[in-house]
Design a protein around this ligand. Sequence first.
Ligand SMILES: Cc1cc2nc3c(=O)[nH]c(=O)nc-3n(C[C@H](O)[C@H](O)[C@H](O)COP(=O)(O)O)c2cc1C
Length: 366
Amino acid sequence: MNTAPLAALNHIPPHLQTIADYQKQAKLHLDAATWANLEGAAGDEYSLNNNRTAFANIQLLPRHLNSFKDANTQIQLLGEHYPHPIFLAPVAYQQLFHPQGEIATAQAASAMQAPMILSHLSTTPMATLNQVSSAPKWFQLYSQGSRKAALDLIFQAQHYAYQAIVLTVDAPHMGIRDQERRAYFQLPAHIQAVHHHPVSTATLKDNQHALFDGLMQQAATWEDIAWLVQHSPLPILLKGILHPADAQQAYQCGVQGIIVSNHGGRVLDTAVSPIQILSTMRKILPHDFPILLDSGIRRGTDIFKALALGANAVLIGRPYIYGLAVAGALGAAHSIKLLKEEFEVSMALMGTSCIEQINDSYIYQK
Ligand SMILES: Cc1cc2nc3c(=O)[nH]c(=O)nc-3n(C[C@H](O)[C@H](O)[C@H](O)COP(=O)(O)O)c2cc1C
């Protein structure tokens, strides 16, 4: 395990005590356009804001006097043990936020033993991360219009010991992110996605629609998912599922898990917040079918609420990127550590000594 970032974790300046502190500080480290890329969300940002409000509106019902002998935060997922349920969500182009980009994130993941999901739009090759991280790694894919190209990347990921594939299905077109457009955000020339090779769309005829006959013809369909599940040597999880019928279809298609997500509010504004639809998903899917959740996790109590309402684990996106922007690997590791410790304290105060004990009886229902 790489403990270099951990050693310095005892000397963090006092103004960095929460993810909100890191958010404030990160803004000072990034130019306005890059900040808009990180922070901005789709449209009027109702989903972005509701992701937080929805968590705040859930009230906890703690129990007391439970024994904490052998207490722990371990989970089991897809046949693997993880020391805690905090995963690092795929975030594109991380060299935008720190020169060491995904390498620094991988070091932080290693120090905190947090599984890292490398974005398809990574600025660092997947092979490189093996040299800097002992944390488990998954690889995220966007559909690029070719089953073969997707499968090639899956085999590459398997070769480099990535353990699962996350297929993001909620962004066949990027969200209309007004903040970003107003700030004239453009990818600098030196920031490149090393694994992404878009297939060029066929030239459109006059009567064809640029979006529907163009980009949307490359978007994945359920047939593609079934094909990939059949051919992939690694388990596939679908990320961005919000509709219960899609959750059911995903299960029937043979995918090995879903990530309930609204992409941190970045794609479709006013899309429901994952935490609000989670318990419905849990009720209609088999109890042992993995459901992960992201979008809006900023506190240990948020993690507790997600697990109580049926998630097996959570992903964090912006929180570790704030840390990365502030102080590279050290900042990213510290932001994960803050959430992990807040979650542990939440478990202690809720009277739950292991993850299996966390359920919806700990949530106040009107
Ligand atoms: C700057 C940025 C880039 C992202 N890039 C990707 C990506 O490449 N692939 C993907 O599936 N999700 C991407 N996401 C979405 C995250 O994986 C995750 O769903 C979201 O950040 C969770 O919400 P949170 O930021 O409130 O934690 C990105 C999010 C941000 C903020």
